[in-house]
Design a protein around this ligand. Structure first.
Ligand code: UDP
Length: 315
């Protein structure tokens, strides 16, 4: 590759993580082809990129055959519903984009001789019986439960990516992404940070599912994207956990949200969704060692920045 800019395909490029990846890649001088069918992605996430030199948007469902003319140096497969609310509403599409979409984009990368980064997930660990979760843990997933459509599609995607790596020598990277939040998360996305912030800002009750003792570990989007690009640029195939290891109960999250927003909302307790994991926290020993990466933005700071963004866009 001489005399031209690196050219990167981002599927799910109009989504939450995908659009932030497009921003960072363009900032560092790469050309970007963003592909999105806008099932859960939004043009408002990338409208500032239209007209930017090196940026192209293609509206397409990557569960169908994918073709991109011209050279491609990297394919980042980030297309998928990612909120439990979304993938329960779009179960077949979620299975298809994680399986057929992964196959199609692997085929594109193989044909172009491109590096391939798969957006996998902490959901491959299911309701984990090992805590925190290291990459060697095989997980505890219910394949036939409602969350299975996401979990198993991502597990299949990892298996498919590793098969292309072993059988075709494809240059693969697999990131296991833990709960991530920040600007561009859809207010109606249904995930806990979006729900709690919107409810707090509107003075409505905060909906805690179950008894609120289940835990999650929340990573601010800038930290997450920095880790993902470090993995892309590294020699490490993975899978690699990219997440924030600071763990909170859902009730603790609600309390921090109330504090950051200055809201007087009350907490209401609602039924726990089926197969909701009781605990989740990444072991990031490997990411620290091979990437020299770790998160920097605290939950309070990240929630304050996200609140600022929600207030600025809620007009
Ligand atoms: N949750 C909650 N209230 C909400 C939304 C989610 O208590 O309004 C809980 C949910 O049951 C889970 C955790 O927050 O235990 C994280 O849920 P989310 O949908 O953000 O993603 P998950 O980590 O389950 O994929």
């Amino acid at each position: 590759m001489t005399g031209r800019r690196r050219r990167v395909v981002v599927t799910g490029g109009a989504g939450f993580l995908g659009s932030h990846l497009c921003d960072r890649l363009l900032e560092r001088g790469d050309e970007v082809v963003a592909i999105d069918n806008l099932a859960t992605g939004r043009l408002s996430n990338i409208e500032h990129l239209f007209g930017v030199d090196g940026f192209t948007f293609v509206r397409h469902d990557v569960s169908q055959y994918v073709w991109v003319p011209g050279p491609v140096d990297a394919v980042l497969h980030f297309a998928s519903p990612a909120s439990p609310k979304d993938y329960l509403e779009l179960p077949i599409q979620t299975l298809k984009v994680g399986s057929l979409g992964t196959h199609n984009t692997l085929g594109l990368a193989k044909d172009k001789g491109a590096r391939y980064l798969l957006a996998s997930t902490s959901e491959v660990y299911g309701d984990p019986q090992v805590h925190p979760q290291p990459e060697e843990y095989w997980g505890h997933v219910n394949p036939v439960g409602p969350r299975g459509v996401y979990d198993e599609a991502k597990r299949f995607g990892e298996a498919m990516a590793m098969a292309y790596h072993r059988a075709h020598g494809l240059d693969v990277r697999i990131a296991r992404i833990f709960n991530t939040y920040g600007p561009r998360i859809r207010p109606a996305d249904g995930r806990v940070v979006a729900n709690f912030l919107v409810q707090a800002l509107e003075g409505k009750p905060i909906t805690v599912y179950g008894d609120g003792t289940q835990t999650r570990s929340f990573c601010y989007v800038d930290d997450e994207v920095r880790g993902l690009l470090a993995l892309l640029d590294s020699d490490h195939v993975g899978p690699l956990n990219i997440g924030n290891p600071t763990e909170h109960t859902v009730t603790e999250l609600a309390e921090v949200v109330l504090e950051v927003t200055g809201s007087a909302s009350s907490l209401v307790f609602e039924p726990l969704p089926v197969d909701d994991p009781t605990q989740r926290r990444p072991d990031i020993t490997l990411a620290r060692r091979v990437l020299g990466w770790e998160p920097e933005v605290s939950l309070r700071e990240g929630l304050a920045r996200t609140t600022g963004w929600l207030e600025a866009t809620a007009t």
